[in-house]
Ligand binder design. Structure first.
Ligand code: ASP
Length: 586
């Protein structure tokens, strides 16, 4: 007999039903148990679970007793309200149970190596090996639903503002994000390679030259970098570009999108617009260009105080051009704890506290209670370090984060966006002994700093802006250079000769000769944003089929060796591995 599947009820529908109604449901056996001579089993589908109860006098009893977890079943049943004591308030159908009139097994299943009903920790490579089972878990279904909603919201918000979704190619040439490229060998032109895009940066700028004015794309990008909790070789961006705009226009647009996602998808109360801090302030106060501003404990500069000579070695540090900075931890710390923090952070830490009216800690002997208070050690513990440059501040920033986490100072239910602006345009790459673009070489300098590009490159700030959420960079972009002359100055400054620039970006430079509008854009790291909105700690939890951090996919076995004949067709020979498991393409 054919089944009319349109009659199948979701758990939301079941929850609304009156006792005595007959229903059709289908799904997977979630949990199965014998209890007091009865058989209980929960049927799970995407919408949730519902409990089925089978008494010994039921015709379906024998079959119900023989079911196993993850078998696929179809049940016709009568809705019954549970007794008060048996109500389960945790699930939508917790007040009802189903009494089957007909039970059909649609598919049997092997005992699952990853149990969808189990909420405990399971080895991740096993989860990915059987991802189709792992994705049956309610938490994973919720993650994918959040991802879906975020995608739909982003598309709606951008479309409503006149942005067109335009697709750009995956088989292309190297793009300028500065990571290692994934190469795809060409069969038709042997010895030549496509590069998978690290971002659609060049194409979206070409679309502006093409007069598209407002572009966006949900796009896969590829960067051959080491994997981390919030990084995959392949990731998804919401990529945006717009013509005739300045920084505030793109930032407002980005804010609107972030607010819609946060409010509608994550259900967070966030303000209409976000605070802005400059890169310099972010480094000085938080030791990070993606600061977590959900808690205070900023880095305090004590260089001026230290220069008064009361602590000789700090005075010397200041005279030697170093900065003396402090973190004011609100709790007390033991000497051992400070030593451990000092070692882990690679910052030589001194400490000062006031106890029972006396200055204590490694600096205690230099202070009385009053002068210690002047330094800020009235309560809690002052941790003091000295050093130079942003690398030093980053170490202090990492220490701040660690103290924030371990001292329970971060309100985990609060969510805060912040813009970081005025990044340096260039930084010095000591390894290659050259200047390089901090964002990418198409980012425009601040107008007032542009005259300094050649003379004081380190001081030039750019029109880059990053959006940070709870200490994670979730979007970044810039106003672009649209004038050829400025573009050539930047190329020259980063040591890209006219020939090299032409060879890499000829098509863009040429396009700029045909009338380029002022333009700028931004890209949201979509996986990372969804991870945060879903309250997860790795992006793998919000990607249906991710790679392990080793770059391996345990499900498909990728990457795999290929047949000799395929290599021959491509004109490629593989060199013997130089390190275990690594092959170089010749
Ligand atoms: N293409 C840049 C990136 O992927 C974003 C942008 O500048 O729009 O980081």
């Amino acid at each position: 007999m054919t089944v009319d599947w349109t009659q199948r009820k979701s758990t939301e529908q079941l929850a609304q039903m009156a006792a005595g109604e007959t229903v059709l449901i289908a799904g997977w056996v979630h949990r199965h148990r014998h209890h007091g001579g009865l058989v209980f089993f929960d049927v799970r589908d995407r919408s949730g679970v519902v409990q089925v109860v089978v008494r010994p006098d039921n015709r379906a009893f024998a079959l119900a007793a023989s079911l196993h977890p993850e078998w696929v079943v179809q049940v016709r049943a009568v809705v019954q309200h549970r007794e008060k004591a048996a109500v389960n308030p945790k699930i939508a159908t917790g007040h009802i149970e189903l009494i089957p009139t007909e039970l059909t097994v649609l598919a049997e299943a092997l005992p699952p190596p990853v149990s969808p009903a189990d909420e405990g920790e399971v080895d991740e490579s096993l989860r990915l090996r059987h991802r189709y089972l792992d994705l049956r878990r309610p938490v994973m279904q919720r993650n994918l639903e959040i991802r879906h909603q975020a995608l739909q919201t982003a598309r709606r918000v951008l479309s409503e503002q006149g942005f067109w979704e335009v697709e750009t190619p995956n088989l292309t040439r190297s793009t300028p994000e500065g990571a290692r490229d994934f190469l795809v060998p060409s069969r038709l032109a042997k010895g030549r390679f496509y590069a998978l895009p690290q971002s659609p940066q060049l194409f979206k700028q070409l679309l502006m030259v093409a007069g598209i004015e407002r572009y966006f794309q949900v796009v896969h990008c590829f960067r051959d970098e080491d994997l981390r909790a919030d990084r995959q070789l392949e990731f998804v961006q919401i990529d945006i570009e717009q013509s005739f705009v300045d920084r505030q226009d793109i930032m407002r647009l980005g804010e609107g999108l972030a607010v819609a996602l946060a409010r509608e998808v994550a259900g967070w109360a966030v303000p209409e617009s976000f605070p802005r801090i400059t890169y310099r302030e972010a480094m000085d106060r938080y030791g990070s260009d993606h600061p977590d501003v959900r808690f205070g404990m900023p880095i305090v500069d004590l260089s001026e105080r230290a220069a008064d000579g009361c602590v000789p070695f700090l005075d010397q540090a200041v005279k030697a051009g170093e900065r003396v900075v402090a973190l004011h931890f609100p709790g007390s710390l033991s000497r051992k704890q400070v030593e451990e923090l000092s070692q882990a952070s690679a910052v030589d830490l001194a400490w000062l506290t006031v106890e029972e009216g006396q200055a204590k800690g490694s600096l205690g002997r230099f202070f009385d209670a009053e002068s210690a208070q002047l330094w800020g050690a009235a309560s809690g513990t002052l941790l003091i370090g000295h050093g130079v440059g942003d690398a030093f501040l980053q170490k202090v920033g990492a220490l701040r984060l660690r103290l924030g986490r371990e001292g329970d100072l971060i309100p985990s239910r609060r969510h805060e966006f912040v813009w970081v602006t005025d990044f340096p345009l260039l930084d010095w790459n000591a390894e290659d002994a050259r200047w390089q673009a901090v964002h990418h070489p198409f980012t425009a300098p601040l107008d007032e700093d542009a005259p300094n590009i050649e003379r004081h490159p380190a001081e030039v700030r750019s029109k880059q802006y990053d959006l940070v959420l709870d200490g994670h960079e979730v979007a970044g972009g810039s106003i672009r250079i649209h004038q050829r002359e400025m573009q050539e100055r930047i190329f020259a400054q980063i040591g890209l000769s006219a020939e090299e620039a032409a060879e890499k970006f000829q098509f863009l430079l040429e396009a700029f000769r045909y009338g380029a509008p002022p333009h700028g854009g931004i890209a949201f790291g979509f996986d990372r944003l969804v991870m945060l909105m879903a309250g997860m700690t790795t992006i793998r939890e919000v990607i249906a089929f991710p790679l392990l951090s080793s770059g391996v996919d345990p499900l498909t076995g990728a990457p795999t060796a290929v047949a000799e004949s395929q290599l021959r067709e491509l004109g490629i020979a593989v060199r013997p591995p130089t390190a275990p498991g690594r092959g170089d393409l010749a």
